[in-house]
Design a protein around this ligand. Structure first.
Ligand code: URA
Length: 186
């Protein structure tokens, strides 16, 4: 049982629990404020994240930062950002079942130590793993769910918004709702 965040991080950086360890350059553990009340969970590192060891540092990450600042939140101060899998799947394919399962313990421990009031799932992979296996982003984005005392919400993955900007207004509405919920709970 990891007692603190640094211990957990140290152990995760040496993880070889699945085949992604063979091809990754860096384990992307997470970033932001571990004392934050709001946590964002993406899918897995892309090329830039794999190179830099930080989540959401590419164009999708810049978009995420802009959406956060649209509602007065900052990555460093107000949120903690992690991914379902901590190592890049080759050619950015979806993480496979065994990889998600092998990595789940790290995320569970992150959530246990951070104790966020709200978890936002970015995209289908996180939404299906953490909210409901049948979660549909296009239909259920912006809805609040409660799981074990934590409020959960799913919204569009920033990379999906870059591919299909028509969903950006919907995503911005989700962030406004999120900010209201955040103010209510903190
Ligand atoms: N996409 C994700 O889901 N996570 C990242 O960290 C980067 C891109």
């Amino acid at each position: 049982m990891y007692e603190n965040f640094d211990e957990l991080r140290e152990a995760a950086l040496a993880c070889r629990n699945c085949k992604l360890a063979e091809t990754r350059r860096n384990v992307v553990f997470g970033a932001g404020n571990p004392a934050a009340k709001l946590m964002f969970i993406g899918e897995g590192p892309g090329e830039n994240e794999d190179l830099q060891g930080e989540p959401f540092v590419g164009r999708g990450g810049q978009l995420l930062d802009r959406m956060l600042s649209h509602v007065g939140l900052s990555r460093e101060r107000d949120v903690y950002i992690a991914n379902m899998v901590k190592c890049r799947p080759p050619k950015n394919r979806d993480p496979e079942r065994d990889e998600l399962d092998a990595c789940m313990g790290w995320l569970r421990n992150q959530v246990r130590l951070i104790r966020p009031k709200i978890i936002v799932c970015l995209g289908r992979v996180a939404g299906c793993a953490l909210i409901d296996p049948g979660f549909k982003v296009t239909r259920q984005h912006g809805e609040f769910f409660e799981k074990n005392g934590t409020v959960m919400m799913g919204t569009f993955h920033p990379a999906a918004l870059l591919r299909n900007p028509a969903n950006t207004p919907g995503a911005l509405d989700d962030f406004v709702r999120l900010r209201e919920k955040y103010d209510e709970l903190t």
